[in-house]
Design a protein around this ligand. Structure first.
Ligand SMILES: Nc1nc2c(c(=O)[nH]1)N[C@H]1C(S)=C(S)[C@@H](COP(=O)(O)O)O[C@H]1N2
Ligand SMILES: [Mo]
Length: 390
């Protein structure tokens, strides 16, 4: 059963009905005329605008703040942010992994009333974060958006456990696979229509910490981040967290989609994000010579909290431990990124490379070189950040 390609409604109007009436989607199209792919403001000092994608600038990150404000969070759209009416919004859950394969349909009000609310913190990150460094640091260009390190944020989600919803929907014990399908436009790549953005994941993740989220840092999701409801698979590649969730297919057999076979796959579908680090400094920053300077940055991992961060101010010859800051804010389930600081006591005039190398609680440490793959996923190598001391 392929519910991913089933026609759904646009702005509350059934697409099929409009087409039959001979006014094929005109109202919806007109509503889109000139609409940007991303709706929230993207001030150039805060974002690098790639059209359908927008990267957070690390120079705009407030060192005193643990969480990434939603207005500052990167956006990654395959097409454009859809406009969804929350009053008529419905989530469909169906498939042969349910006792009744015809499944159930839920509105937002019912979802919020029926299930226990949870708050979970996670590092939300695109699989291709850091991609440009395959080219600039390793001399092998990968295809895709040339993100530096800003396709990431640390946020707290509000929602319900997917497992609670699936059990209520009549989950069969032999279900193996769940697939979320977005309500955004079908994705066309080089003339080929791949259908709605969708990606399956194993039932184990669904029964573990997957969420259906309507909130981010205590605010309703912005349209660009999946309003009114998105899937969140904490710690997993960004594509796993389907925005504008229209349906969930639950299956007794392994599901596939181009988003776990053709893309976001390196010898198998990518799941947990790797370990990465960034300095809260401009690229080619200028620092004053002769006096101590406190440098700050953050490290994160999809698998576990960060255990240790080592920094080098001499291009990797010598390393020292950075001071890790305890996370601030309300305690929730899950884990976000770790802020750290390092005092560079005697910066000497000249060009230098700052390096930060994190290790997570699972013992995963950032390598010197990231494994190349043509789509440029998982650039987890230590980034060499140039600065000038003058
Ligand atoms: N429906 C839908 N879900 C989607 C996408 C999309 O284009 N459509 N992009 C995915 C990718 S590749 C990433 S990295 C994250 C980005 O989430 P954000 O834009 O809220 O930061 O959403 C994922 N979910
Ligand atoms: Mo992504």
């Amino acid at each position: 059963m392929e519910i991913g390609l089933r026609r759904r409604s646009v702005l509350g109007l059934p697409v099929a009905g409009l087409a039959a009436a001979g006014i094929a989607q005109l109202p919806a199209r007109r509503a889109w005329a000139g609409a940007p792919a991303i709706q929230k403001p993207l001030p150039p000092e805060q974002f690098i605008d790639y059209g359908t994608n927008a990267e957070m600038r690390w120079t705009s990150v407030d060192p005193r703040r643990q969480a990434t404000p939603q207005a500052r969070l990167f956006v990654r759209n395959h097409t454009r942010t859809p406009q969804i009416d929350p009053a008529s919004y419905r989530l469909t859950i169906a498939g042969d992994g349910l006792r009744d394969p015809a499944g159930v349909t839920l509105g937002l009000t019912e979802l919020k009333r029926r299930f226990r609310h949870v708050e979970v913190t996670s590092v939300h990150e695109c699989t291709g974060n850091g991609r440009s460094f395959f080219d600039t640091q390793q001399g092998a260009k990968a295809s895709g958006t040339a993100w530096t390190l800003g396709a990431v944020g640390s946020v707290t989600w509000q929602g319900v456990r997917l497992r609670d919803v699936l059990r209520w929907a009549g989950l069969r014990p032999d279900a193996v696979s769940v697939q979320g399908v977005g309500l955004d436009d079908e994705y066309v790549d080089k003339g080929e229509n791949l259908g709605r953005v969708r990606r399956p994941f194993p039932i184990a993740k669904a029964l573990d910490d997957a969420l259906l989220a309507w909130g981010l840092n205590g605010e309703p999701l912005l349209p660009d981040h999946g309003f009114p409801l998105r899937l969140v698979l904490p710690g997993w590649v960004g594509i796993a967290s389907i925005k504008w969730l229209g349906s969930l297919e639950v299956s007794m057999t392994e599901l596939t989609s181009p988003w776990n076979t053709r893309w976001y796959n390196i010898g198998g579908p990518l799941t947990v994000n790797p370990v990465r680090s960034a300095w809260e400094l401009p690229w080619n920053a200028t620092l004053a010579a002769g006096r101590p300077v406190v440098l700050t940055g953050r490290s994160w991992s999809g698998a576990a909290p960060v255990a240790r961060v080592e920094v080098s101010t001499d291009g990797g010859t010598t390393w020292q431990r950075a001071r890790l800051r305890p996370a601030t804010g309300r305690r929730t389930e899950g884990h976000g990124w770790t802020r750290w600081a390092h005092t560079w006591h005697r910066p000497t005039a000249g060009s230098h490379q700052l390096l930060a190398r994190a290790t997570d609680l699972r013992g995963r440490r950032q390598p010197d070189v990231a494994a190349f793959n043509p789509n440029g996923y998982f650039f987890d190598a230590v980034v060499k950040h140039p600065v000038t001391v003058a």
